[in-house]
Design a protein around this ligand. Structure first.
Ligand code: GTQ
Length: 376
């Protein structure tokens, strides 16, 4: 087995350990004037032994948020607001408006007959539908109808807009975007569609008709874009696939039965910078603790339980959202003895993998479980 990073020496040996002297302090000021600096004054900070996330574990409970989110409908119109969204503001990441790490997320609310104007941006986006009826998203002329627990992509560069049919019900969905990452990379562009609304150019839900049959690929229809052509992943087949998987194999000790939403052409992640998964925790499942790089945002699609994240217990139920910051220990528990629990999750895993930065380790001590310091 390879040594874990914890097993390497963490000491001042081989690390910057220079004490300030009047002479050095004067020297540092001189360097500052020249717009340079001495590496040894920052080295331990910029090269920590292990990832040190500024994000804190948070659970956003739907019962606390729902009424307040709905109130925004009385206060602003989608036309004025651009998009009527209440975003998740991680206390450690307020400067970049991130929910965790370099990921943004928010709850968007729309009433029947409302729509937001078509736009495109460098950020990749996704939505996970929480409640309502009649919601739709149009991506590059492909219109998709949306129901609870459906997962929709609006990949970077695509024209997209959202609305709710006039005979529908008020809808709330979770948006997930890599806005903070794209901003950190200083690569963000934004455009409003010249006609404000785009024409629907294909039969409704056509991308699902073409690409949504498991194990089958349409002849004569090519796809060479760097994201999945299957823009919508519906709840029913996802849940069915998870149930079958959990019947066919034993649980993974950390995640139960977890499946990644995939690009049917490549078998890889759905988008270049954001990946997503759904996992099923069978009744009574008690997961072990592990940690890995990457930032993860979960929404409880079904069931009730809790997760322990860096020693903090966060209880959750359907529609609650919680985050696991990079390199944070985490373990999940389904508290029900009779019903399974399902966790939707999106993350920057594709970025970690592509850049060769993905690392993972299991908690070795205490039978693989964290001591619980606090509950929330
Ligand atoms: O609809 O693409 O919540 O651009 C924030 C920024 C949603 C969107 C958000 C966005 C979108």
């Amino acid at each position: 087995m390879t040594k874990t990073y914890d097993q390497y020496r963490e000491s001042t040996l081989g690390r910057a350990d220079v004490e300030d002297t009047p002479e050095l302090l004067a020297y540092y000021r001189q360097l500052e004037d020249l717009k340079v600096g001495a590496l040894w004054t920052v080295a331990n900070k910029i090269e920590p032994w292990q990832p040190k996330s500024d994000s804190v574990p948070v659970v956003w409970r739907y019962k606390d948020l729902r009424e307040t989110v709905l109130r925004s409908v009385e206060l602003v119109t989608p036309e004025k607001a651009g998009r009527r969204v209440i975003y998740l503001n991680n206390p450690g990441r307020t400067e970049v408006s991130a929910a965790v790490g370099w990921l943004y997320s928010g709850l968007q609310v729309m009433h029947p007959g409302e729509l937001a104007s078509a736009h495109a941006h460098s950020s990749s986006a996704l939505r996970f539908i929480m409640e309502g009826r009649g919601a739709y998203t149009i991506v590059d002329g492909h219109k998709m109808t949306l129901g609870a627990n459906d997962f929709v992509l609006t990949p970077n560069g695509t024209w997209h807009e959202h609305g709710v049919e006039s005979d529908g019900l008020p809808c709330i969905w979770q948006d997930g975007l890599d806005i903070p990452l794209v901003n950190a990379l200083e690569a963000g562009f934004y455009a409003v569609h010249p006609d404000l609304q785009q024409a629907v150019g294909f039969p409704v839900d056509d991308q699902v008709s073409l690409w949504g049959a498991a194990g089958l690929r349409p002849q004569n229809i090519g796809w060479n874009k760097p994201y999945s052509p299957l823009f919508k992943y519906q709840w029913e087949p996802t849940y069915e696939a998870l149930r079958r998987y959990s019947e066919a194999r034993e649980d993974n000790p950390f995640d139960g039965a977890l499946m990644h939403y995939t690009n049917p052409v490549s078998g890889g992640h759905v988008m270049a910078t954001i990946g997503a998964s759904m996992q099923l925790l069978r009744p009574g499942f008690v997961g072990k603790a592990h940690r890995h790089t990457g930032s993860f945002l979960y929404q409880v699609a079904k069931g009730k339980g809790y997760s322990i994240i860096n020693g903090q217990r966060l209880d959750w139920q359907e529609r609650d959202i919680f985050c696991v910051p990079s390199w944070a220990w985490h373990e999940h528990v389904n508290e029900s003895g009779t019903d399974d629990a399902c966790l939707f999750c999106f993350s920057d895993l594709p970025v970690m993998e592509k850049l060769g930065l993905y690392r993972e380790e299991a908690l070795a001590d205490n039978d693989g479980h964290q001591p619980v310091a606090t509950s929330n």
